[in-house]
Design a protein around this ligand. Structure first.
Ligand SMILES: [Mn+2]
Length: 342
């Protein structure tokens, strides 16, 4: 069975309305779209009077977590996970449909397969959700969730506190803005800008959010960027940038593993670079993490499909943004990357 839509957003909205207690979860190490998606669904459920809470596996950036506000999201440690209670009668999996990204909660979800629904915008996935809507044409999972919120008849501004924070719109915008690289990536198309306009009209403070997410780094993180850049080399005749971060780099700078987010994009500033790869030595998980990014088609209409490239390393994602994990030493994995790109 392939990873395709097998129901409608309206039907999923009906299931939510009929539920009494909903668990919302997403891929491990949630990014802005994953956490924004969880927050949006929890808030939408609350707006229709259905109890809901989020459940995610850390690490998760504090800058993103600050947008949780009063919305209940359980954060569990990947090594000391506490599985959700049995009290939920419906689970919603957002921004992923891959067992490999749901390792911790997989047994819990498998045991309740018929009570699991999914909404995703990734091309690859498994039979995690019995009923799901997968739309790879959405720039973010939250862009798809905006349709769910509309189907529920809930206003986008619902959930806001007296300062205008904590709304469904804010959660949707967090996913939309971060997954499109603040509307710079090729997946920011007319529909994404149109949704952004609706979200801004619903009261989202885009400037405050940008500052909170993109301009609140610790100095250690910027020093880590320096380590990555000093390792920069060009492979595949200068078309692909390759950087590495050793465990020592984290120890020397005091930076944390979750502070690598975005570093892979830096070499894309180079004109000749068509794709960028970052290899990170994660001694905690005992793996080398690979991040892949690529630019949209050039004048000749060609681009590097990093989803395909990542799949050769057992990973995946989107054509312009993907990831994978590898066993072995950093040097061994780097050698495999060189071999794969020729
Ligand atoms: Mn996403």
């Amino acid at each position: 069975m392939s990873y395709l839509t097998n129901t409608t957003v309206d039907d999923l909205a009906r299931e939510l309305r009929g539920a009494s207690r909903v668990l919302v979860t997403t891929h491990q190490k949630p990014d802005g779209d994953a956490l924004g998606s969880v927050l949006a669904v929890v808030r939408a459920c609350q707006a229709i009077g259905v109890a809901a809470e989020g459940w995610v596996v850390d690490p998760c950036e504090g800058n993103l977590r600050s947008f949780e506000g009063a919305t209940h999201v359980a954060h569990v440690h990947p090594r000391r996970p506490e599985l959700p209670a049995d009290a939920f009668d419906l689970a919603v999996v957002v921004d992923t449909g891959a067992w490999t990204q749901l390792e911790v909660i997989a047994p819990w979800l498998r045991a309740r397969h018929d009570r699991v629904i999914g909404l995703d915008h990734h091309a690859r996935g498994d039979q995690v959700a019995a009923r799901r809507v997968v739309d790879v044409g959405c720039g973010s999972c939250t862009a798809l969730l905006a349709r769910l919120v509309d189907a529920l008849g809930v206003p986008l501004a619902a959930g806001a506190d007296e300062r205008g924070r904590g709304s469904i719109a804010e959660a949707l915008y967090m996913g939309l803005a971060t997954d499109t690289g603040w509307f710079r990536f090729p997946n920011a198309r007319a529909a994404e800008f149109a949704l952004a306009a609706r979200l801004l009209e619903a009261g989202v403070d885009k400037d405050a959010m940008y500052q909170q997410i993109e301009q609140s780094s610790r100095a250690e993180r910027v020093e880590l960027q320096g380590c990555a850049l000093s390792s920069l080399e060009m492979i595949a005749s200068g078309r692909i940038a390759l950087m590495r971060l050793r465990a020592d780099d984290f120890a020397e700078t005091g930076a944390m593993l979750e502070e690598t987010a975005g570093i892979v994009n830096i070499p894309m500033e180079i004109a000749a670079v068509r794709a960028s790869v970052l290899a990170v030595e994660d001694t905690q998980a005992g793996v080398i993490k690979l991040s892949f990014r690529s630019k949209p088609a050039d004048d000749s209409g060609t681009f590097i499909d990093v989803n395909e490239l990542a799949s050769r390393f057992g990973g995946g994602g989107h054509v312009h943004a993907a990831g994978a994990k590898q066993q072995g030493t950093l040097d061994e994995v780097i050698a495999r990357v060189r071999a794969a790109v020729g």
